[in-house]
Design a protein around this ligand. Structure first.
Ligand code: RUB
Length: 322
């Protein structure tokens, strides 16, 4: 009863272990996983089908807490689920998931066009982590015939900067890869800081990979504009009613191996040494110059207007709650 499809389980594991990572990619994979659950369901009643879908959504939801694109994607698919029979329900979920993935791609393309308008021929961007929304701005600028180069922050501990560097090199963009600690030194050589977001709060705060806030403060001090590329899927509806965004704490082993720990702490069996590994941080709106969405660019303080338009006074429980 309420069996979670093995493919859903496997997607959930891949999201938790970051095989599948990045807010937009996670959302896309979650929607597709719900479609697989629906497609292969052998539920014999509509109620059993709905219960299965809720169980699958809960399994996916519990993987990572910070990127709101994940619950937003699940909500979208549930929003499209309708019908009186198992067959009708199945079709509606599959169609809704496909529509979600299509819209996500389209939003990213549109956002890229808008973000590209901020980039001038010959500009250098500094990136942090790996964001498909941020890269879509660079791609669109290249398509417009502009020459862009990049200073790419490595992004400890998982080094997502390498993924960014690889993508940029595929597009033939000149890349200077630096360790995170070198970022301030290179800010004088760049024209924009360009990052993505996992969640945007109603006050315009940007929740993104750990290190974004320090980078933004340094960039502001150096007079370098900070541009956040985030499709509206990253807007966090709960923050309109005062909820805060949970910051994921990841395993200490991403920071320090057991051998390294033993070297530092000898025999004390971890008693006196604590390793903390927050995956994200919060950049206050005053350090952000523009949030670029598929609906246009916004000063962070005005993002709440867009959120009201998109989410209204959306309240109540989640569609996957039992
Ligand atoms: C990824 C990260 C990215 C955002 C935006 O963190 O912080 O900047 O998710 O990415 P992690 P995108 O590697 O821990 O998932 O623009 O692709 O949605």
């Amino acid at each position: 009863m309420n069996e979670v499809h093995p493919a859903v389980d496997s997607v959930a594991e891949d999201i938790a272990s970051m095989e599948i990572r990045g807010a937009a990619t996670i959302a896309d994979a979650a929607a597709e996983a719900l479609a697989t659950q629906a497609q292969d369901s052998d539920a014999d009643t509509p109620e059993a089908f709905r219960a299965e879908m809720r169980a699958a959504a809960r399994r996916l939801r519990e993987t990572r807490p910070t990127a709101v694109s994940l619950p937003n994607s699940l909500r979208y698919v549930f929003g499209g689920m309708s019908g009186e029979s198992v067959e009708a329900l199945r079709e509606s979920v599959v169609a809704s998931a496909a529509e979600f993935c299509r819209e996500l791609d389209q939003a990213q393309d549109n956002l890229g066009q808008i973000g590209a308008n901020r980039l001038r021929d010959g500009d250098t961007v500094m990136t942090h982590c790996h964001s498909t929304d941020a890269l879509s701005c660079v791609e669109a600028a290249l398509d417009q015939g502009k020459e862009i180069s990049a200073v790419v922050k490595e992004t400890r501990p998982r080094k997502q900067g390498h993924i960014t560097a690889r993508q940029l090199r595929e597009w033939d963009v000149p890349v200077t890869l630096v360790v995170d600690n070198a970022a301030r030194r290179y800010l004088d050589e760049v024209d924009h800081v360009l990052v993505g977001a996992d969640s945007i709060a109603a006050d315009g705060s940007v929740i993104n990979k750990i290190g974004t806030s320090g980078l933004a403060v340094n960039a502001r001090e150096r007079g370098v504009p900070i541009m956040v590329a985030a499709q509206t899927l990253k807007l966090h509806p709960d923050t309109m009613t005062g909820h805060t965004v949970e910051i994921e704490m990841r395993d200490e082993r991403e920071v320090l191996t057991a051998e390294e720990e033993a070297e530092i702490d000898g025999d004390s069996q971890g008693e006196g040494l604590t390793v903390e590994n927050p995956a994200f941080d919060v950049t206050p709106p005053r350090y952000v110059d523009a949030i670029v969405t598929e609906r246009g660019q916004f000063p962070p303080e005005s993002i709440v207007t867009l959120m009201r338009e998109l989410f209204g006074d959306q309240q109540g429980g989640e569609p996957w709650d039992e």
